[in-house]
Design a binder for this molecule. Structure first.
Ligand code: GAR
Length: 211
């Protein structure tokens, strides 16, 4: 069973969707730690209410990136985390952690990557950009995390229509619904060891066909 650390900066609806899927036995994993750079994040409240250790920490609390990295690694070790989910986490994860958790760290992004990703494109900025461009579809992507913003191999994507009357808010709501579907599904693919990375492709093995 995967022991997951969820990093989240905000409201925490993706964390909640993952916990709901775990409770419903749709995901064979447990969330053992939640880390946030915002002490008042909804995700922190959700974790605390369920007795999941919730730690507020940020690079700004440390004199150097390496001290911050050591602190994060210690937390991940203490809680026996073997998988990381970024669920609305708006800070960069230190490179050493990405390397140590190679192929075991995923992110949810509210657009169809590689469009509308990268530094500065997060949350409502993404939906504003999609509408300003005049796209007719948008969606969500769960992808591997590598050393850049939003550039890792896609694992699952799902699209939604963009409607003529959409505002960033209404589009965000429609996209969020599919985020809540595909994030737990992606975690379960890892729990079943059905994801293999080849180059920039995440190959999903059919159920029951695992070598
Ligand atoms: C989600 O829409 C997620 O895709 C987005 O932040 C929101 C967090 O919502 N993440 C990014 O934009 C990262 N590039 P939540 O706190 O309710 O899960």
């Amino acid at each position: 069973m995967l022991s997951i650390c969820v990093f989240a900066s905000g409201r925490g609806s993706n964390l909640q969707a993952l916990l709901d899927a775990i409770d419903a036995d749709r995901v064979d994993a447990r969330v053992v730690l939640v880390i946030s750079n915002k002490s008042a994040a909804g995700a922190m409240e959700t974790a605390t209410a369920r007795g999941i250790p919730a730690v507020h920490t940020s690079d700004t609390h440390f004199a150097s990136e390496s001290l911050y990295t050591d602190h994060l690694l210690k937390l991940l070790q203490e809680h026996h985390c073997d998988f990381i989910v970024l669920a609305g986490y708006l800070k960069k994860i230190p490179a050493e952690i990405i390397q140590r958790f190679s192929q075991r760290i995923i992110n949810i992004h509210p657009a169809l990557l590689p469009s509308f990703g990268g530094k500065g494109l997060y949350g409502h900025h993404v939906h504003e950009a999609v509408l300003a461009y005049g796209c007719k579809i948008s969606g969500a992507t769960v992808h591997m995390v590598d050393l850049e913003y939003d550039t890792g191999a896609p694992i699952l994507q799902k699209c939604v229509p963009v409607l003529e009357e959409d505002t960033p808010g209404t589009l965000a709501e429609r996209v969020l619904k599919v985020e809540h579907e595909i994030l737990p599904l992606a975690v379960q693919l890892f729990a079943e060891q059905r994801v293999t990375i080849e180059g920039h492709r995440a190959i999903i093995t059919a159920k029951g066909n695992r070598p």
